[in-house]
Design a protein around this ligand. Structure first.
Ligand SMILES: NC(=O)c1ccc[n+]([C@@H]2O[C@H](COP(=O)([O-])OP(=O)(O)OC[C@H]3O[C@@H](n4cnc5c(N)ncnc54)[C@H](OP(=O)(O)O)[C@@H]3O)[C@@H](O)[C@H]2O)c1
Length: 264
């Protein structure tokens, strides 16, 4: 399937590393012009260089802005202008016993993982609807439907993101704009690689470490390996295209079959 996103303007929040950077790279490879975002100027610029190293003719630009705040979102809006493709990838996670999570931390998780997406959708959806085309994707997680006891706050925000997706998709009904969640499963990012090595031993070759981690700690995964960030980028490229015009209001899984369920 040939997908050409030339002429489309895309933003990926929280894309100076990890899954967001891979999504930005794949959108650029498909021809979209892409804004890369993170909080740090130098790191966000370096991420753009990573994209152009991979895709030499990429049209990619950095906008450093802290999207946990309304002011940061406004600054980004001023720098970016209108969009055709909005990928709300920004998300934080970390293990903490649920009885120890105080109000301020709950609020921080909602600000970063839910409100950052809500604000950007509110900013960009009306223009997309008026122009009759738009694609919004919210990067959720298997934790949205299987609440992890070690990070209940994280799982709760991802569950909320599924409802945010459904709600805004309804608001965009009949306009040519689609709004979807992409549910990522355990993915091979630098943070997860460190986590795996901590659990199964730093000395093992990576392939063996990964196999042991999946066997012992993620036995329900049907692919029995971590997902590569590019595989999530591929799904985002498809959902961003005109080919995906009948997919909206739902959650698409790129979880390696990890969630033991027929439906999300
Ligand atoms: N990794 C996994 O296995 C996995 C699995 C399922 C779902 N997901 C979801 O996938 C998404 C990406 O995860 P990841 O592991 O790739 O993340 P990551 O490696 O931690 O990267 C997070 C990115 O967001 C930026 N960022 C952090 N706070 C920000 C803020 N307030 N404003 C703007 N940018 C900010 C970071 O750059 P700076 O720190 O420089 O700002 C970085 O570029 C998240 O929504 C996550 O929940 C991940």
């Amino acid at each position: 399937m040939d997908i050409d996103l030339s002429g489309r303007r895309a933003l990926v929040s929280g894309s100076s590393q990890g899954i967001g950077l891979a999504i930005a790279t794949e959108l650029a490879r498909a021809g979209a012009s892409v804004t890369v975002n993170g909080r740090d100027d130098a790191k966000t610029e370096a991420a753009c260089t990573t994209v152009t190293d991979e895709v030499p003719d990429a049209r990619v630009s950095p906008v450093a802005a802290d999207l946990a705040s309304a002011a940061g979102a406004e600054r980004l809006r001023e720098a970016v202008g209108e969009l055709d493709i909005l990928v709300n990838n920004l998300g934080i996670f970390g293990a903490k016993p649920v009885l120890d999570i105080e109000d301020d931390e709950w609020r921080r998780y909602f600000e970063v993982n839910v409100l950052s997406a809500v604000r950007l959708i509110r900013m960009y959806l009306p223009g997309m609807m008026a122009r009759g085309f738009g694609r919004v994707m919210n990067i959720a997680s298997d934790s949205a439907v299987v609440t992890p006891v070690e990070m209940v706050h994280y799982g709760t925000t991802k569950t909320a993101l599924l409802a945010v997706t459904r709600g805004f998709a309804k608001a965009a009904a009949g306009t040519g704009v689609t709004v979807n969640s992409v549910m990522a499963g355990p993915t091979h990012t630098p943070g997860v690689e460190d986590f795996v090595r901590d659990l199964v031993g730093a000395d093992l070759p990576w392939d063996e470490a990964q196999r042991r981690f999946m066997r012992e700690h993620r036995p329900y995964s049907l692919i029995q390996r971590l997902i590569e960030p590019t595989e999530i980028g591929n799904m985002v490229v498809y959902l961003s295209s005109e080919r995906a015009s009948a997919t909206t209001g739902g959650a698409v899984r790129v979880d390696g079959g990890y969630i033991d369920s027929i439906l999300p």
